[in-house]
Each structure stands twice: as C-alpha cells, then as structure tokens.
Design a binder for this molecule. Sequence first.
Ligand code: DI6
Ligand code: FE
Length: 397
Amino acid sequence: MLLTNAKLVTLKTDEEFGFIADGAIVLDGEHIAWVGEASELPKTYGDQKIHNLGGRLVTPALIDCHTHVVFGGNRAVEFELRLKGASYEEVAKAGGGIVSTVTATRAASEDALLTDALTRVDAMIAEGVTFIEVKSGYGLDCETELKMLRVARQIANARPIEVRTSFLGAHAVPSEYIGDADAYIDDVCIPTLRVAHAEGLVDAVDGFCEGIAFDTAQIARVFVVAKELGLPVKLHSEQLSNIGGTKLAAKYGALSADHVEYATNSDAKALAVAGTVAVVLPGAYYTLRECQAPPIQAFRDHGVRMALATDCNPGSSPLTSALLTMNMACTLFRMTPLEALLGMTAHAARALGELNRGRIIADAPADLCVWDVEHPAELSYRIGFNPLHSRIFKGTL
Ligand code: DI6
Ligand code: FE
C-alpha cells in the first residue's frame, strides 16, 4: 500500500518532530518499506495500491507502556472516601486499595475479566493506540495471577492490538500474608513467576517498591529470579516517597522506572547511566492530587528518555485516554508537546524493549495514526477531544 498526500511527523530523531510536508509512505505487509518526500518516491513503488490521506497529519501509532487494564470491579467508593479526606495510603492500610481489587479479581471469571478489559482497550484503540503493556498484580495468588496473564494475552486475539505482559506479583501484600511480606515473596510471588514464565505468559517482571508495598531487598529477590529466567525488569518506584527503588531498577538494567515523582537528581543520573526509561504517569499524580511532580528537568539534563502512559487502573488512575495523558504531561509537568508525543511513541516502545518502533522509519512496524489536525502540538493541547481519523495496525487500515 502507498500512502500519499500526507503531512508526516516521523520522529526520526528525539530533537524535532521530523516534519515532511508532502510525504509518502510505502507499506510492505506489516512493515514500513519506504518513507520520504512524495517527489522522491522511487519509481519501483509506483504501481502500489494508493491511499490518499487528503493532506492529513500522520504520526507513529500511540503506545501505552504501563497499564493495569485487567481487573475486577472498580473503586468509585474509594474515590468518594478519598475526596472526603482519606489518603491513598490510609485506604490501603484499612484493607481497601489494591487489596479490594484483588478480592474482586479473584472472584471474576476469565470471560468477565476479558469483557471488562476490552471496554477499556476499545477506548485506547479509538485514540490510536496499537500496542499496550498489561500487568498482573491483582491476583496475588498463583491461580489468579495466571488468570490475569491469560486474559492479557487474549486481548491481542480479541482486538487489533499488540500486548506485552508484565508479571506484577510484587504489587501488594495480600490479606492472608499481612505482616509477612517476605513470606509472600518467597512462598507465592517467586514460585508463581516461575510457573507463569514456564507457561509463556510473562514478557517482563515488575514490582511496586513503596512503603505500603515492598522494600528494595524484597524487590531485589524477585529481580534475581527474573534475571535467572532471562526476563527484563521494570519497577514502580518513588511514587509516594523515596526508598531507593529507582537506583535498584537502574542497578538491574531495568527497561523502565515508573512514576518517579520522588526521584532525585542522583536517581536521574543512575537511570541515564543504565539507559533506563523514566515512565511518567500524570493520571496517577492527578487522581491522587499529588503535589510532587517528577524531576523532568533533571531527566532532561541527564539525557534520560521519558515515556508516558495511562497507568490505567481502578485505584490511582482510572484513565484510558492516551491523548489526555499527553495533555496532563504538558500542563502538569511542563513537558513539551514533542516530549509528550515521543513519550507515547518511540520512548514508550523503548520502555517495552523495542528500539525500532514508534517512529516512521524504514523497517519499523507499519503502525500509524492519521489525524485531523494541522500540527502535532494539537494532540497535547486539546482536552477531551479525539481527532483520530484512522489507525493503521500492522499495515492494515
Ligand atoms: N501504582 C499505581 O499507581 C498502581 N499500582 C501501583 O503500584 C495503583 C494500583 C491500584 O491502586 O489499584
Ligand atoms: Fe501502575
């Protein structure tokens, strides 16, 4: 297929949008074969099936690299409690929070979890997302963690979207192990990781390193097993306090350190040295009415690549909009529209271990968005508006 009459935002480098005013793209099956000025299109591509994009703007398709879209129930009542003054930590300590979603997720059938998750995935697809990461972590027992991961895999069969799974057994201490997080890690989390990996259900290993969850020593035990299994790691670190998770993630060469509101200058330096992506999650910052923004300028100064994601989950970020995430990153964290777009494309891909994706370049997967906008900054600037004209997934419109 030959796409013509397109205004391209190639994101060929991290420094600029990479505009091509009158561009053409040749798709060969699931990949981009050629991209450039229409006037320079090699004659060999002349007899392709032509698709005229009417001068519309084309970007790489959006990538949501941190989601918890598979879960049972919802936490609207907890939302009300928090509005009345309870903090996220207080709700968690009172048996609400993540643990209440665990109860609902354990009770739900695989079919019900999938049906529910697809309503959220459909909202993502409608805004041009073609690739998502999905975490477990609301099972916290072997059976339910496996159930969640199977549902995550099924999403890719049910919808035109690619899915990467992360095993998040170290998400919270379940009620049956309260006060003994170490025993939970050894008796449940690590054995479950081994089983899930053996069943081919795990693409990466994640954890929640926080006062209300697991400390660095506990997470390190999980990471050692991940490395032994040859799985990449990532970590929820420094979301509500600084307890060293970001440096731990860097030490293990993590794909990403996520949230990072309380990360310091030296954390940023460690991420830069390790080549670990900082995943910024403005939906959680907004929902929890946090006041500490992530150290964006330190990330820039040290050359840490920043990705963005919805963190779609029932507690701290009931958000399915990639575009609103980009808007929030700009307005709340003063990221630039270019940084926001890179964060939802090329850098999100990198946070998933994919270095050749999220840009419009030859050999990259043919995952593209066609927008009814004039300038890419409009994608971050508008609030609650979806200008997606069409989405191309693996070369198919
Ligand atoms: N941090 C988050 O933002 C989500 N998980 C995590 O470790 C929140 C999960 C939840 O509240 O259900
Ligand atoms: Fe999360």
